[in-house]
Design a protein around this ligand. Structure first.
Ligand SMILES: Nc1nc2c(c(=O)[nH]1)N[C@H]1C(S)=C(S)[C@@H](COP(=O)(O)OP(=O)(O)OC[C@H]3O[C@@H](n4cnc5c(=O)[nH]c(N)nc54)[C@H](O)[C@@H]3O)O[C@H]1N2
Ligand SMILES: Nc1nc2c(c(=O)[nH]1)N[C@H]1C(S)=C(S)[C@@H](COP(=O)(O)OP(=O)(O)OC[C@H]3O[C@@H](n4cnc5c(=O)[nH]c(N)nc54)[C@H](O)[C@@H]3O)O[C@H]1N2
Ligand SMILES: [Mo]
Length: 664
């Protein structure tokens, strides 16, 4: 992003035309970043709660008053039970400085609970690690040379915009695009083929593709022999998955599966752009493992335009300072780990309670420090989450730009800077360059960067280790290893990681053996795991709640960020549920009707959009709206549950049965 400033005002904000992947393009929402930063409702001074939790009634206080009160309360808890304090952070910014830089030092020193950051990508991430050894894959630019691209569980045009021009280049050069997605997205309708499978059935589809690769002998036997472990066992398993059997599971015609297998088995180079949409279900980890094995069976990795990309995040591991958060401050302690995806249940647990996995919970959560996240809107099973955040005896501090649903529940809200006002260094999960974020504006009002806030808190708590006096620019320098020339990073804006062109053309996967693992240590062979909630896997439940609901992002919001930016909300208009014509008609629902979407966990009112984007039996509650903008003060997570995925301990947002009726 290039920002032109005159007199501390943004006069121009545009993409950087020289950046190799993004090529000067910004998505609609980020192009409004100045509007968001100068928003009239921005929190500009520390706030202290005066009304009941959830109401958002605050008075302004000085920084001194807020910091003293917070340090006193955290200090008192830490003296008894430091693990009763829980940090909660995720995607607001994923920068190394304003993410887990100074914050990690602070919580390590405190001995607070550690947070398992699972809410987005850990099912797929752990699956890649089990298969390839790390979260690594193709260079995104090389997809332009692919003859076949399978866009799998991803709506590139909406949520991975910079990939789309690359896919279009492949299409223009005569390549074929296939989309695998229950929803007929803007991306799906621009591909040559669209397979609208039912949510959570991807593992069955992958097994049937393997079946076809085997029976038609579209395998690269040499690549398999030299670079893949455990294939014999998986081969057996795949042979049981005829296209007929998988078709019944996926809601696809067997012929569609055969045709896709033929394309994949006979087109070279063939590339898969997998994305995280398909792993937000019970079997998401296993499905990712199965899909990640496909290019190993066909030897697609031999070519730089063949293989798979889910995340490039693992490539950065060698270039970032893994000790930025000073783990030695833990001083031998190993605080308990709290999973961010079950925060609803966990906030309501008593000291020592036995968890579903048999572990003792440890101390009841007494304090939460939230930064870079809006859990009351984005975490699953909102009723529990809201009940937890509403506890009178919970001390909650929220570092924010706005009075989000979460900030409304805070005891103190601390005004944070935006990306335009602070330093940061970013890795990526789509491309392979490190990016610097220089401040363009002075901090608005009395806002401070997350790092500055944790620095000030550390000082009040009497933490006198030298690392607590590092300023933000020093943190930025420390965030990367010496092999990254920091001054060049500053002058150019990014640093392209030096990586091989076709990383696995001759094997060399980052597993201990260097070989791909079908059969991963401790977890065995991958298999298809049906969803917790689907018509086929839970017929009793489906009698009452027959529709599968997925809740992928609305194009003009970033999770729950930007929902309060007027010009973007004007495009999205209102919370909607997309529903197929016959599913709507049989319920007496017309386009534009207000509907009640419900299950045993809760209900959510929104407007029905009768739409060809939806297939029979599947509805789409596009997210993630702020609850307070909802018709009845709820959002789609009122309906989702806290059961975790097979790998990665992640939420299964898209594994959710509901019923819909016209609102009275
Ligand atoms: N505009 C916009 N862009 C974003 C975001 C945003 O909120 N808004 N969020 C960012 C973040 S944090 C992330 S993690 C990524 C997420 O981006 P993606 O990884 O692409 O994931 P989703 O957007 O969740 O889902 C992508 C597609 O998967 C489909 N899908 C749902 N269930 C299934 C399934 O069971 N199988 C298959 N095959 N497909 C399924 C959905 O219909 C959707 O079209 O996007 C990032 N980009
Ligand atoms: N139903 C359903 N739920 C979902 C999803 C879904 O697809 N469906 N997607 C899931 C996914 S993929 C993800 S990643 C999570 C994301 O969930 P979150 O990590 O909570 O991300 P956001 O909702 O974008 O909220 C981030 C907040 O951080 C704030 N923020 C931004 N920059 C800064 C900063 O520098 N400092 C501070 N202090 N605050 C800042 C923003 O104002 C915003 O309120 O949501 C998940 N929830
Ligand atoms: Mo995410």
């Amino acid at each position: 992003m290039r920002v032109t400033v005159q007199g501390d005002k943004v006069i121009r904000l545009q993409g950087d035309p020289d950046h190799p992947t993004t090529n000067g393009a910004l998505c609609t929402k980020v192009s409004r970043y100045a509007e968001r930063t100068e928003h009239a409702e921005r929190v500009l001074r520390p706030l202290k709660r005066v009304g009941p939790k959830g109401r958002g009634e605050f008075v302004e206080v000085s920084w001194d008053e807020a910091l003293d009160a917070i340090a006193a309360r955290l200090g008192e808890i830490a003296a008894r039970a430091p693990e009763a304090i829980v940090p909660y952070s995720y995607a607001g910014t994923m920068g190394m400085v304003q993410g887990e830089g100074m914050a990690a030092r602070f919580f390590n020193r405190l001995g607070a609970s550690r947070l398992d950051r699972t809410i987005c990508s850990s099912a797929g991430g752990d699956a890649l690690a089990a298969t390839y050894g790390a979260k690594v894959g193709m260079h995104v630019e090389h997809f332009a040379e692919s003859r076949l691209i399978i866009i799998w569980g991803s709506n590139s045009i909406a949520s991975n915009l910079h990939f789309w021009p690359i896919a279009l280049a492949a299409k223009r050069a005569g390549g074929t695009l296939v989309c695998i997605d229950p929803r007929r997205t803007e991306t799906a309708e621009k591909c040559h083929h669209h397979l609208a499978l039912t949510p959570g059935s991807d593992g069955a589809l992958a097994l049937a593709l393997m079946h076809e690769l085997i029976v038609n002998d579209w395998l690269d036997h040499d690549y398999l022999a030299r670079h893949v472990d455990g294939w014999a066992g998986l081969r057996e398993r795949a042979l049981a998955w005829t296209p007929e059997r998988a078709g019944a599971e996926c809601g696809l015609a067997p012929g569609q599966i055969r045709e896709l297998a033929r394309l994949y088995g006979t087109t070279k180079p063939a590339a898969i752009r997998l994305n995280y949409g398909m792993q937000r279900v019970r079997g998401g980890g296993n499905a990712t493992r199965l899909i990640a094995l496909l290019p190993c069976l066909t030897g697609a990795w031999r070519h730089r335009a063949g293989g798979l990309l889910l995340s490039s995040g693992g490539w950065f591991a060698a270039f970032r300072n893994q000790k930025l958060g000073h783990p030695e401050l833990l001083a031998g302690r190993t605080p308990r780990i709290v999973n961010m995806s079950t925060i609803g249940d966990d906030l309501l647990r008593e000291t020592g309670e036995t968890m579903p996995d048999g572990r003792a919970f440890g101390p009841r959560i007494e304090a939460l420090v939230v930064y870079n996240s809006n859990p009351v809107a984005v975490a699953p099973d909102s009723r529990q989450v809201v009940a937890g955040f509403s506890r009178d005896d919970l001390f909650t501090v929220v570092l924010e730009h706005f009075l989000t649903d979460t900030a409304d529940h805070a005891d103190y809200v601390l005004p944070a800077t935006t990306q335009l006002e602070h330093w940061d260094v970013h890795a990526s999960y789509g491309h392979t360059s490190l990016v610097i974020n220089e401040p363009a504006l002075t901090p608005r009002g009395e806002s401070r960067s997350n790092a500055a806030i944790f620095r000030a808190l550390a000082q009040r708590m009497g933490f006198d280790e030298p690392c607590f006096s590092d300023d933000d620019l020093s943190l930025a320098r420390q965030a990367v290893v010496d092999a990254v020339p920091f001054e060049q990073l500053r002058s150019v804006g990014w640093f392209q990681l030096p990586l091989p062109e076709a990383p696995f053309a001759d094997g060399g996967f980052p597993t201990p053996s260097g070989r791909v693992q079908c059969d991963a240590p401790g977890i065995g062979l991958p298999d298809y795991l049906p969803p917790y909630e689907s018509v086929r896997s839970a017929p009793e439940l489906a009698r009452r709640f027959p529709l599968a609901m997925i809740s992928p992002p609305a194009r003009n919001f970033l999770n729950s960020t930007f929902v309060n930016v007027k010009s973007l909300r004007a495009i999205e208009q209102e919370p909607v549920l997309e529903i197929e014509a016959a599913d709507a008609a049989s319920r007496g629902i017309a386009d534009g009707d207000e509907v009640r979407v419900f299950n045993d966990r809760g209900e959510y009112r929104c407007v029905a959009r009768v739409s060809a984007r939806a297939r029979a039996g599947v509805v789409h509650g596009l997210g993630v709206w702020w609850r307070k903008y909802g018709v009845d003060g709820t959002n789609v997570n009122e309906l989702t549950h806290q059961r975790l995925t097979d790998l990665g301990r992640a939420p299964s947002f898209y594994d959710c049965l509901v019923e819909v009726e016209r609102a009275a």
